[in-house]
Design a protein around this ligand. Structure first.
Ligand code: NCD
Length: 320
């Protein structure tokens, strides 16, 4: 892999140590409480390049950057010149030449954020790259759990749904473990990730996993990454892993439900569950801005990394 030019940023959840994540989560908590607020991004321009649909991630990155005083430009798939045949690299280099001080990138291809870091000098934040990773979503989820339980360490978290193509599931599998939670992936073989990190439990039967959990993280069927899906596949998905009202009754009374959105009611989750007392879904959406403010602050304040180590992953993030 080529050495990264961009020596700051957040490309992969695996680049975050538990310690770095705690620093970001602590900062987010202070920001949410109205403390430590500043306009440290004043005079900077953050470009959000969103080449895939997004509601929560895009809106919250925009709000987060603005609250820190940055100017924000958002370019979406329909507007960007990639639609006219320009390569991602040329688009990114142009945006940098115009004056972007950071790029927040969402892209349908796995590895796009790392490609961006290879051709840009300014920090890149991965806002979701294909089926690969979504580090700031994992931070939002960890923050939501921490707000609710007061801790993440020791929590028994079940991740349920399309874990093969769900980038949030991949990101959470790493980050929750780095923060000391125990993670169970509940999915039949066709929905499981191709690689499962050591120490992660995988079960085919959601019922058993749900009965002993503190929290469940849902991941919708990633239809756009699976080609044309026939109705029977959708039915099979719901039957296998959908958090129906009946399944949710298996959960201990204190256990909570998280979902990053978009919600596909009647598929991965029932109305009664999303709208019920266990659901942290709207609280989770409410956590997106302080967490992304903390991420942006952290990205801009982090010392630049050695470009060669940045090609492997930011070593300073892994160091104690
Ligand atoms: C997720 C994403 O885009 O990966 N949503 C989000 O960022 N809020 C989950 C999904 O699309 O299923």
């Amino acid at each position: 892999m080529a050495a990264s030019k961009s020596t700051r940023g957040l490309i992969a959840s695996t680049h975050l140590t538990g310690q770095a994540a705690v620093r970001i989560l602590d900062d987010a908590r202070r920001l949410a409480a109205g403390e430590g607020f500043d306009r440290s991004l004043s005079g900077k321009t953050v470009v959000n390049l969103f080449l895939e649909p997004s509601t929560r991630t895009r809106v919250s990155f925009e709000m987060a950057a603005r609250r820190l005083g940055a100017d924000v430009v958002t370019l979406t798939g329909g507007e960007a010149s990639v639609r006219k045949g320009e390569s991602l690299e040329d688009t990114l280099r142009t945006v940098e030449a115009i004056g972007a001080d950071a790029v927040v990138l969402r892209h349908p291809a796995a590895g796009a954020a790392s490609r961006a870091a290879s051709c840009l000098r300014v920090p890149v934040v991965n806002a979701g790259d294909g089926s690969n990773d979504h580090p700031t979503q994992a931070l939002v989820d960890a923050y939501t759990l921490r707000q609710h339980f007061g801790r993440v360490e020791g929590l028994r978290v079940v991740i349920l749904g399309d874990l093969r193509h769900g980038r949030g599931a991949h990101a959470n599998t790493h980050l929750l473990r780095a923060l000391g939670a125990s993670v169970t992936l509940a999915a039949p073989p066709w929905l499981r990730p191709r690689e499962v990190p050591a120490g992660v439990r995988v079960v085919g039967d959601p019922e058993a996993a749900l009965s002993g959990c503190d929290a469940v993280l849902l991941q919708r069927l990633q239809s756009e990454r699976r080609g044309r899906l026939m109705v029977p596949v959708k039915r099979r998905f719901r039957r296998s892993v959908g958090l129906t009202s009946e399944r949710a009754r298996r959960m201990p009374p204190h256990a909570v439900v998280l979902h990053p959105g978009p919600l596909n009611r009647g598929s991965e989750v029932d109305d009664e569950v999303v709208d019920g007392p266990r659901s942290l879904v709207l609280a989770q959406a409410g956590c997106t801005v302080p967490v992304r403010m903390a991420v942006l602050r952290w990205v801009f304040s982090a010392p630049a990394r050695d470009p060669l180590s940045a090609a492997r992953g930011p070593a300073d993030l892994r160091a104690p």
